[in-house]
Unconditional design. Sequence first.
Length: 480
Amino acid sequence: MSNLSISTYDPRQAEWDNTPIEKYPPEKWKQWKAKTPASDEYVKLEREYLRMKHSVQLANSALILERVKVKIKLTSPKSIGLQGTFPCKPGDIGKNGSANKQYTISLGFTANDVGLKAAVAKARELDLLLITKQFQWTPELLGKQAQKVLLDVVKPAKLISELIEEYEQAFWKTHTHNRQGVRTWESHYLRHLKKLPQDQPLTLEAIETALKKTKPNTSSRFYLSWQLKKFADFCGIDVAKQIVAYATPNPNPTLRRIPTDNEIIAGFDLIGAPLSRYSSKENITYPEQWQWAYGMLAAYGLRPHELFALDLEAFISPSNTFHLIRLNPTLTQGTKTGERNCGVPPLYPHWVELFDLKNIKVPVFGGTLENQTAKLYNRFRTVNLNFRPYDLRHAYAIRGHRLRVPIKTMSDYMGHTVNEHTKTYQRWMSEDANLEIYKEVVINSVGMSKEAMKERIKELEAENQTLKAILIKHQLEFFT
């Protein structure tokens, strides 16, 4: 038998008495016999392999008694390595975003008694470094191949702030870079991601820290969970189980107080009342501008910033007999108004005359669009209105429901999808609003026969079931 054949022989393939060597008790290594016919040289290699397996088992038993967590592993018939859970290598990441991962480290220890002693000493050394939190990946531990990867390819783990920058770049690939796009990024994405520690790598611990900053059963927890899952998916980290543990499937929304029609009409005079006790020029000299802006929000259910995107020439044109308004998003450098492909009517046409809306008096405050919109909100607070500008939009949506305008049509008027319309506005239908609808549809239907009334009630019940189904579908799809 040549020396070459002996050096290439792998004893792990041997068997004796129909028992593979890997299943043979290592402590009985002296009893092992070679499969006949066989060479005495093969038998020596096979017995030595079993003896080293037994020696490794004894060494690990001793390490366990010493509470050393780094173990010895016979990586091949000729080499011994170390196995344990260590901090992730540079550029690597653990399961579910963990900062630690199990590794087998090959340090070139030969599978003999001398190599085993050296491996045991190294296991104790690494265990001490782990306990004192001084462990670092050195070129010796990384090995030649890993060193080359570290130097040529792998970079240190990216910080969360760097990952957010990459996430934003991906965001702009699918969004228009305009005023509305910037607002969406800042309010629906960045606002939540800022809760993460910016100067650390993205880990499970970092995500849990951010989630703990919000209270359970709140919309803040709900939307933070949603955004963190999207961000983790983008970064290639599976955090589904952790997100579910913290998620709030049914957030309790902050209830709004939607003004009634009478309150809206009364608010028209209040919004324009001069407030001499305030020195601000805007409070004294702009009553008609405040009233016109208020009337447009009330009559057409506009978003506050959409006041500055109106096609005013088309609005006051004599041919516009139905008092429709159209929106030009280019006037505000791009907004959600671009979603509306139809003219928007006043659901109460008489409000156009009541609020003198054809007598155009657009507020001219100066500053950015955000600043001008903010001044509207400030005015509502200053005159002590007990609702906000956006509540007039909610009132418009409910008004359409009372007037039996189809949901798809109302969605078109308001510039969003049917799902969004249902999700956002159906929950603001207060008990008083529902009672008012009942009165208008059923009790006040004087000329309606019993059969027609029953039929109308069935229609309303079917519509409510449809709305509920859409809401449930939206909630189920939220975390998928």
